[in-house]
Design a protein around this ligand. Structure first.
Ligand code: G3I
Length: 459
């Protein structure tokens, strides 16, 4: 990405005079060189990479070398992202298709593209059961061990100093409740120890690279993530070199963002490793998709050791699951609501496309528990295409009904006591497309009508 300058508000200092002099001096210099000075107020970043950088994180994407020649693809990549992961080009079948014969061309294209624009590169991946050429699987144990170590050493040495984080071992655990390792040539012939051997070899090959274990279906607390957690804890206890854990984060309606996503990231971080969101994509569209993306970004920002987010592709049209439209840009490179939600969650603004501009919100009602003479109602408040800092709506019940309790909001009442105006109680700030809810208990007093909501106003 081209270097960009963000004018920030200068921090408050005890002695304002030197700062004034500095600003006047700078203004004079700019005037003399014919450059117009921007006003000295903080300006929200307007791209994903810049907004993430202001939060001390990177925002990356998977990239396929064969699309770099498409101008809309390259422009979107160059404008929005500051880290790349080759989607397939660094995998074993691509870089060592036959034993000892290495081909780095396609991956080099991506690395060079990134480096010449100041983007970081994630390395993906060194030891994985998939996209593994068949010659590896046919080796006997001793040969396989030396082939694995040689592969790691050669590949990491080729890009030494250019890769910020490597997925050293990918997807080594089984799905489901067993917590067991997945069968693979490495597991079956070298045993459990292959993972730590790979990490030790990787550390020796490029000591500056962060070494990650990367997997999917480990995004919440479950048997598989527990097994990975136990391995990382053991590695840290025994001094096996591991620096980070990658959470792929491929989501859809059958596998939504888990409610304990942030807690799961945090428990790994608490072991003393960085965590990274490495292959994020969320099938869906519109507000629901935007909401999920926003939740993922906010979870990462809430975990200080969550160092960056990578989405698994630039545009829906080239996604590995294109029919699920899981990415931030549609097939025509238009920004989706999910884009705006991510940018907003990162603290940026001005994304446009998916919305932007005026604060707005909407409300929906649903009935929760009900009993003989009462029921609980829940109102969900959803921000429109811009982030909001406050919202207001009304709930009107039919006399002689009475609202006897409320939660997650600050109510005021009209003189009849039937119209409740609800405002936030610590839950006013919502990212674009994000939601909160409040609840209340209605005493029926013989009337079972549903409450009527007023419109939602936001600021
Ligand atoms: O390049 C060939 C092309 O020449 C050939 O005509 C065509 C015919 O099928 O295949 C092309 O290769 C495909 C390659 O993607 C490039 O598009 C492979 O068949 C296809 O299997 C491969 O899929 C990749 C998949 O990993 C393989 O496991 C996806 O692009 C890639 O997004 C996906 O990424 C993985 C991560 O590495 C690990 N985590 C899960 C993630 C999603 O599955």
């Amino acid at each position: 990405m081209a270097p960009r300058t963000t004018i920030r508000k200068a921090p408050e200092r005890p002695h304002p005079r030197p700062r004034t002099a500095l600003i006047l001096g700078l203004a004079g210099l700019l005037a003399a060189t014919g450059v117009t000075a921007l006003t000295g107020t903080a300006q929200a970043a307007s791209t994903l990479g810049a907004a993430a950088a202001e939060k001390g994180r990177y925002f990356g994407t998977a990239v396929a070398a064969n699309h770099l020649g498409e101008s809309a693809y390259a422009n979107t990549l160059n404008t929005e992202f500051n880290s790349v992961t080759p989607e397939n080009e660094m995998k074993w079948d691509a870089v060592e298709p036959s034993r000892g014969s290495f081909s780095y061309g396609s991956a080099d294209q991506i690395v060079n593209h990134a480096q010449s624009r100041g983007m970081k590169v994630r390395g993906h991946t060194l030891v994985w059961h998939s996209q593994l050429p068949s010659w590896v699987g046919s080796l006997a144990t001793a040969d396989l061990r030396s082939a694995m170590n040689n592969h790691i050493t050669q590949v990491m040495t080729h890009w030494k100093g250019k890769i910020h984080s490597w997925d050293v071992v990918n997807e080594a655990f089984q799905d489901g409740s067993s917590g067991a390792r997945r069968s693979s040539p490495f597991q079956d012939k070298l045993g459990n120890g292959f993972i730590e051997e790979a990490f030790r070899t990787a550390r020796a090959a490029d000591p500056a690279a962060k070494l990650c274990y990367n997997d999917y279906n480990t995004d919440g607390v479950n048997a598989k993530s527990n097994a990975v957690y136990n391995m990382v804890r053991d590695f840290k206890a025994r001094g096996v070199p591991i620096d980070c854990v990658g959470f792929q984060s491929h989501f859809n309606s059958a596998s939504p963002v888990p409610s304990d996503y942030q807690a799961n990231l945090q428990r790994f971080a608490d072991l003393g490793v960085d965590v990274q969101i490495t292959e994020l994509d969320i099938e869906g569209s519109g507000t629901a998709q935007a909401n999920s993306y926003s939740n993922v970004v906010r979870a990462c920002l809430a975990v200080s050791r969550c160092t960056g987010i990578t989405v698994w592709g630039v545009t829906d049209k080239y996604s590995w699951r294109a029919s699920g439209t899981p990415l931030l840009f549609d097939g025509n490179y238009a920004k989706k609501p999910a884009y705006t939600a991510v940018l907003t969650a990162l603290g940026g603004s001005g994304g446009g496309g998916g919305g932007g501009g005026t604060a707005s919100c909407s409300v929906t009602y649903s009935k929760a528990e009900e009993w003989n003479d009462g029921f609980n109602g829940r109102v969900t408040v959803t921000a429109g295409s811009s982030a909001i800092t406050s919202w207001t709506t009304t709930v009107t019940v039919t006399s002689p009904q009475k609202i006897s309790a409320t939660w997650n909001g600050s109510p005021t009442w009209d003189s009849s006591g039937n119209v409740m105006t609800m405002r936030p109680n610590g839950n006013g700030s919502l990212a674009a497309g994000a939601s909160t809810s409040f609840g209340f208990t209605v005493m029926k007093n013989g009337n079972n009508s549903a409450p009527v909501l007023g419109s939602c106003t936001a600021s």
